[in-house]
Write a protein that binds this ligand. Structure first.
Ligand code: F3S
Length: 387
């Protein structure tokens, strides 16, 4: 793999041991995946931030690192709201460990925004190279924004953040971003709500695996695209998808819309994902809510009181910028938490059945929270919570 002189100096240890280790990791990754060189990145998003997922060994590894990140870097959601963890029901012992993880990341110069929607907080541009780790954020960055990132693991994203570069392979290269399977829906007009897109993604991800799908016929907005990509990244390994005429690369003259096969998904299959089981908690904000979704939820909860625990998750910066909507939501008894989410917080492990409006949460809640999951639209979530 070709290295520029400064990159070689980092590899030789001239900029300290941590940077050397990080460069070794990047060169190792690049060699495995056939990268010819490294490419500078505009930003990084690092996963492995919840103590629930990284545990003691991950924390000790982080505490041993001694360097600062070279590019703007944010964290994935952690296991609790940094300010309101007691109210969430997070055990004190867990909170202490989680604080230690946060401190370790802060020492590396990482911004303490813990979110899977970093694109709401700072501008990410078309064509930029990134090293993002959280799978829904990766799908959004590649597909909706047209930026370029592979689906990084936590250590790979952190190494890229510290070095400021990532191996140039996979989705960083334009010719690797063309679709490889078509997806059609028999009744596209019936796919309307984010939960419908989440359920569609839940079904499609299982068909697509790690291929790059091209959807035709559907007309999603940006929140719908977020839900679609998150679900496909969970039940499949989708890091990039296209929607004909909607996502930016599908509108390029160089886009190759011919695919070797097209699969039709029937609405009946999408509807089967929905159920009506009894639940004891509701959680929305997977991926973290956009300002528009927060406003919609505030309107739906107006003048109502929730009778079951209702968790709402969003980025700290989005909460700070939409205080009026947050207050309207919380007047109902629902709680809006920052920094964390339904899947990575231990606070939701105490429930037996959780209702979500997300295909990704539907896929992960059973294994990560040990609860049965039910998907419904935002309206249905509010109706169940207030009945
Ligand atoms: Fe984000 Fe957590 Fe869902 S990281 S995509 S809110 S599982």
């Amino acid at each position: 793999m070709f290295l520029e002189s400064e990159e070689q100096q980092i590899l030789n240890g001239e900029f300290g041991e941590t940077r050397q280790q990080m460069m070794e990791l990047l060169v190792g990754l690049g060699t495995v995946f056939g990268a010819e060189r490294l490419v500078p990145i505009a930003s990084a998003q690092v996963s492995g931030a919840s103590y629930k997922t990284i545990g003691r060994w991950g924390l000790e590894w982080l505490q041993g690192l001694d360097a600062r990140v070279a590019v703007p870097t944010v964290l994935n959601p952690i296991g609790m709201d940094r300010d309101r963890w007691r109210e969430m029901g997070v055990p004190e012992e867990f909170a202490g460990k989680q604080e230690a993880v946060i401190d370790a990341y802060e020492r590396l110069g990482i911004r303490l925004e813990c979110t899977c929607t970093p694109y709401y907080l700072s501008n990410t541009h078309y064509g930029e190279h990134l090293a993002w780790a959280e799978s829904s954020a990766v799908a959004y960055a590649n597909s909706v924004i047209g930026a370029r990132t592979n689906r990084e693991g936590g250590p790979g994203a952190l190494a890229a953040a510290i070095v400021g570069r990532t191996p140039y392979y996979g989705l960083h290269i334009f010719k690797n971003r063309q679709p490889s399977i078509g997806i059609a829906v028999d009744d596209p007009a019936a796919i309307k709500d984010a939960a419908d897109y989440g359920a569609l993604g839940y079904v499609a991800g299982k068909i697509v695996g790690n291929r790059i799908p091209l959807f035709s016929g559907i007309r999603p907005n940006r929140d719908h695209l977020k839900a679609l990509g998150a679900a496909m990244a969970a039940t499949g390994a989708v890091a990039l998808y296209h929607v004909a005429g909607i996502t930016p690369e599908s509108r390029l003259p160089t886009f190759k819309a011919e695919v070797p096969e097209t699969v039709e998904i029937r609405m009946a299959e999408v509807r089967e994902v929905f159920s009506s089981i009894e639940v004891d908690a509701i959680a929305v904000g997977c991926p973290h809510l956009s300002p528009a979704e927060m406003e919609t939820l505030a309107g739906l909860l107006e003048g109502k009181k929730v009778k079951k625990p209702f968790f709402v998750f969003a980025a700290r910066g989005v909460i700070a910028g939409n205080r009026a909507a947050v207050e309207r939501i919380e007047r109902s008894g629902a709680r809006v938490y920052a920094d964390t989410c339904v899947v990575v917080s231990p606070a939701l492990d105490r429930f037996d059945a959780i209702m979500v409006n997300s295909g990704k949460a539907l896929a992960y809640v059973p294994t990560m929270c040990g609860a049965v999951a039910r998907i419904g639209t935002m309206e249905e979530c509010v109706a169940v919570a207030t009945a």
